[in-house]
Design a protein around this ligand. Sequence first.
Ligand SMILES: [Zn+2]
Ligand SMILES: [Zn+2]
Length: 173
Amino acid sequence: MVDRQSIIDLGSRLVRQELGSQWHFQLDRARTRLGACHYDRRAISLSGHLLDRIDLSMARQAILHEIAHALAGRTAGHGPKWRVAARQLGYTGGRTIKMEQAWSDARWLASCRHGHQVLRHRRPRQATYCGRCAQQGSRQKLAWQDRRLVGLSAALSAPDRSDQAVSPSGQNQ
Ligand SMILES: [Zn+2]
Ligand SMILES: [Zn+2]
């Protein structure tokens, strides 16, 4: 559960640093992909809906993926030019960031009593509450489980449709 302001701060900082002040960062309402690069209005965006499923390091990677698109240009796709830019930025993922892959790598799985699930690479120190229940005005504590102890795939129930094969795709794809 990364809070929106942390993501906006991170995205704004990375975009300014790598692309200059003519570009900006924003959250969008997409449900089927995580990030996008909008050449026309010079913006990098991440889905606000998917933020409660990722942690800050995943968000950073998604932002770098899209910044590489901005640097490589509209016609580059995920070709060599994009790959060079992405590597120089410190992007370590592939042509797409699949949420499934993020799910499969994260060590800690939390569930609330309504079956919402959250994955994190690190276990939060403090008590954490379900973000999706919070949106409905309900405060539900999350129970954390170390997936290394139970087998990485064993503990996952089927994610929502929106979690499957979510990839950053801009107008470039
Ligand atoms: Zn919940
Ligand atoms: Zn891409």
